[in-house]
Design a binder for this molecule. Structure first.
Ligand code: HAM
Length: 418
């Protein structure tokens, strides 16, 4: 029997996996530069955390969670997103009792039982940040700027940023009354009506064409923002302009998760077809209280590493090429030269040189082929003569030139690095 990976998962094999590492590093580096700290959390949590945190009317919770009962009879869910788990940890360990905002970054796999297609997977990877405890438009802009700088540092150009404000409690209450009046005038099935009762905003991202048409005249939350919410959003816009981050305001934006309030944003890439969202996030005023913590605001984002990879590939950005190569490939051709090569490899690695070795009994020709396949920049063949003379010839695989060196790790490393 031959096994295959489960349907719809994303996997990265060498050399492409180097690109994956590079994308992750670029995105997270920007969070580090802004003073965020790493947090590492479990990939499964109590189901109730997501039902409450993400929202019972969302597709994520109603249709896409990987939920199972564990051996202790508890309902467990593989995390579909990162924010609820971070908030659980912040509350559980009292991180919000220290310096605010609490600034955290994370990366890892997330799970949603969606219909797989290009750029949409059942296990996918996100790089995320959360800044919790301070409600300040400058912090909204910091979070957006981290994502923007991450994309730019990879060399991405063909993406856009859409932003909106989903308002504060007061704006939403005002809007809800008007929106419910409008929705009550529509002819809806019972399930949709029940959904609307729980969260009327959900009807804006319903996929059915008829409902979409019907909702095109619905009152928009954006038009019901209180003065404070509007002022906050104006400041976000002027700070983004100050930072030369281009954006568009999209008054109809709805996100797939229920916790958003205030500044909300999405990055889309032009070459990715239907699954164009390369990252999104926003502020979540009520989440912490909803999960049993104090009433503090927060803001964050999740960037889809898989989609960012696809975007880089679509823009012709070559990723991870440098990392995949080895600096030097050692080829021992006699029994005695094996021990010398193993120990030389170890000393060179201690000096930070990437070394690979020809293993097994391949013969010189086979070993040279392996060196080539591994993308080795240099090759050093070690036989009895080399041991006797304590010296050998390092061949530069690109130019074909050879240089004589002593079999000394320091000397070789200087030659390779110089
Ligand atoms: P989200 O918009 O659901 O937000 O996901 C963020 C990003 O993850 C998306 O823009 C997309 O790039 C990627 N993504 C989502 N689902 C899939 C999938 N099935 N396959 C591939 N990529 C996918 C969140 O998850 C929020 N927790 C973000 C956040 C953090 N908001 C505040 N803090």
């Amino acid at each position: 029997m031959r096994f295959q990976a489960p349907k719809g998962v994303s996997e990265y094999l060498p050399p492409r996996s180097w690109g994956f590492e590079q994308v992750k590093a670029h995105l997270l580096r920007q969070a580090r530069l802004a003073g965020y700290q790493p947090i590492e959390l479990p990939v499964f949590e109590d189901t109730e955390l997501f039902a409450r945190g993400v929202g019972e009317t969302t597709d994520v919770v109603t249709k896409e969670m990987y939920t199972f009962t564990d051996r202790g009879g508890r309902s467990i869910t593989l995390r579909p997103e990162g924010t609820a788990g971070v908030m659980r940890a912040v509350i559980e360990y009292g991180l919000d009792r220290g310096q605010l905002p609490v600034k955290l970054f994370y990366t890892g796999p997330f799970f949603r039982a969606e219909r797989p297609q290009a750029g949409r997977y059942r296990q996918f990877y996100q790089a995320g940040v959360e800044a919790i405890g301070v409600d300040d438009p400058a912090l909204d802009v910091e979070v957006i700027a981290i994502a923007f700088a991450g994309f730019r540092s990879l060399g991405l150009k063909r993406f856009t940023l859409n932003i909106t404000s989903l308002g504060d409690v007061e704006s939403r209450a005002k809007h809800r009354v008007e929106l419910m009046k409008f929705i009550n005038g529509l002819s809806l099935d019972d399930e949709t009506r029940a959904r609307a009762e729980k969260n009327p905003l959900r009807l804006f991202d319903d996929k059915r064409e008829k409902l979409r048409d019907a909702m095109s005249d619905a009152p928009l939350l954006f038009d019901y923002l209180t003065d404070t919410a509007r002022q906050n959003f104006d400041e976000v816009q002027s700070l983004l302009t100050e930072l030369s981050i281009p954006f568009e305001v999209d008054k109809r934006m709805v996100r797939g998760l229920d916790y958003y309030t205030g500044t909300t944003f999405e990055f889309s890439h032009h070459d990715l077809g239907a699954q164009s969202g390369i990252g999104g996030g926003g502020r979540y005023d009520g989440l912490m209280a909803e999960l049993g913590g104090q009433s503090l605001s927060g803001i964050g984002f999740g960037l889809g590493i898989d989609r960012v990879m696809l975007a880089c590939e679509a823009e012709g950005i070559s990723l991870g090429v440098d990392e995949s190569a080895v600096d030097i490939f050692l080829i021992p051709i006699t029994e005695a030269s094996r021990a010398v090569s193993v120990s030389l490899a170890s000393s060179l690695r201690n000096l930070g040189i990437v070394v690979d070795l020809s293993y097994g009994d391949r013969g010189l020709k086979g070993a040279m082929k392996s060196a080539d396949k591994r993308g080795a920049r240099h090759v050093l063949v070690i036989g009895d003569d080399e041991i006797k003379e304590a010296a050998g010839n390092i061949k530069d695989m690109k130019s074909g030139e050879s240089r004589r060196v002593r079999l000394d790790a320091l000397e070789i490393s200087k030659l390779l690095q110089g």
